[in-house]
Design a protein around this ligand. Sequence first.
Ligand code: ZN
Length: 247
Amino acid sequence: MKLLVKKYFNFAGQFSSKISSGFSNREHGNMSVFYGDTKKTLLNRNNFLDSLGIKPKNLVSVEQVHGSNIKCITKEDKVNGVFIHLDSIPKTDGLLTDIKRLALAIFTADCPSIFLYDPLSSAVGLIHAGWRSTKEGIGVKAIKLMQMKFKTKPEELFVGFGPCIRSCCYEVSRDFGNYFPDELIERNGKFYLDLVRVNSNQLFSLGVRKENIFDAESCTSCERNDFFSYRVEGKDCGRQMSVVMLK
Ligand SMILES: [Zn+2]
């Protein structure tokens, strides 16, 4: 079963007639146009998106900067050409939309990606949630923006965490206890963190329900044969793509 999860990231699977979502792995190849071996990136993207029924021209990506700026893509952005070019939206780590056939994308190689789906108002979101963004509460900010824009009820929201580095491997400095006092784990004098747990706790505080959270439960560092890992390979490694789209 675990292999199936890896190959077909089954976020909010019961809504597969309403949304498409996916998380690429090493087999799909590098998805980044900036990092790693980029020779086949566009081909890799096309193949991966095609398997999900997503047209590459409908992809919207952001210049991820480990901040907590969130962009809500509106119909006006469509006029500005966001549907037809591959340029990234500057300095943004979260995307929301209620527009159909617009595919939101985030690229990662250890950081958690957080998928959001509100079935009642038919809106989706995708967040790049590294430790800095998590410290700034990017998940909470995204849901508050969904409440404002789409009248989202957190208790009805479905959340997915893509494969990322977990507390088995994510060693951090003791200072992280200042930011995440309830989640820092000490093992043999070293300190570790699970950002999925931190983000989940933040979302619970807004009323998100535990049973509505899907966790891929994969560690990109442990499972290096399946995933690119920044910690294992350094910053020049390839990147996985997280993608979500309203059908
Ligand atoms: Zn691990």
